[in-house]
Design a protein around this ligand. Structure first.
Ligand code: PGA
Length: 264
């Protein structure tokens, strides 16, 4: 199946850039360059494009790209609406700043801030409460993969991290093997296919029709050189991109695969 045929039978894919703790005001030009390049396309890109900058840049980036081709997301939120939580940011605040989505449960937050499935689920619920989409991340560590626990671990994360109110409109899943993030390593295409098939099955069992339509992204060392191959995998509905989303040219190279006619 070509990527074009695949895309036609699925919900609109999403290519989301996760800038992590990178980017000062001087980096806003990269987001603007992506927006401008997409707006100038004669043949439209068959994917939604999002950038999730650090919280400090959300408002100004959202104003810059306006109603253009790029939407703006956030990288984390607190579960509460407001309160005595110094340094935290609520989902409502992110939405107020112009974010339409928020990444929750990224492995860096699970590892560095000891975030549990339960907390991630609460954060996803907070995103929904604020009218935003939750991009819920799951993925195994290298130790878990070597111990052949990948499917078990990811299934447990899916069960525990997704709230009951998840729909295809308000929730996006991102499968990101921890060992593939920022390392240049990627799983074999067959392994990506296995994990995504299992995720799809679990989503369908729990959410019925919504589980079929819910987008499941792949993330972990996605770059222009491997994007076509990874995005063509069944049940892969886009990408969550870290390092290669920081520069407009790199990010556009990935987005470009959604205009490619044929894929191996
Ligand atoms: P990477 O990061 O593309 O730099 O591997 C992906 C992510 O952590 O979302």
């Amino acid at each position: 199946m070509t990527l074009t045929e695949k895309v036609e039978s699925r919900p609109r894919p999403l290519v989301a850039g996760n800038w992590k703790m990178n980017g000062l005001k001087s980096a806003l030009g990269e987001a603007l360059a992506v927006d401008k390049a997409l707006a100038a396309e004669v043949s439209p890109i068959g994917a939604e494009v999002m950038i999730c900058p650090p919280a400090t840049l959300i408002m100004v980036m959202a104003e810059l790209v306006g109603e253009g081709s790029v939407t703006v997301g956030a990288q984390d939120c607190h579960c509460a609406v407001s309160g005595a939580n110094t340094g935290d940011i609520s989902a409502e605040m992110l939405a107020d700043a112009g974010a339409s989505a928020v990444i929750v449960g990224h492995s860096e937050r699970r590892a560095d801030h000891r975030e549990t499935d339960r907390l991630v689920r609460e954060k996803a619920r907070a995103a929904h409460r604020a009218g935003m989409q939750a991009i819920v991340c799951v993925g195994e560590t290298i130790g878990q993969r070597q111990a052949d626990l990948t499917l078990e671990v990811v299934a447990r994360q899916i069960a525990g991290s997704l709230p009951d109110d998840a729909t295809a409109d308000n929730t996006i899943v991102a499968y990101e093997p921890v060992w593939a993030i920022g390392t240049g390593l990627t799983p074999l295409v067959a392994d990506v296919a296995d994990v995504h098939a299992m995720i799809r099955q679990r989503l369908c069992e729990r959410f019925g029709e919504a589980g079929i339509a819910m987008r499941v992204l792949y993330g972990g060392s996605v770059k222009a050189a491997n994007a076509a191959e990874l995005m063509a995998v069944e049940n892969v509905d886009g990408a969550l991109v870290g390092g290669a989303s920081l520069k407009a040219a790199d990010f556009l190279g990935i987005i470009e695969v959604y205009r490619t006619q044929t894929v191996p």
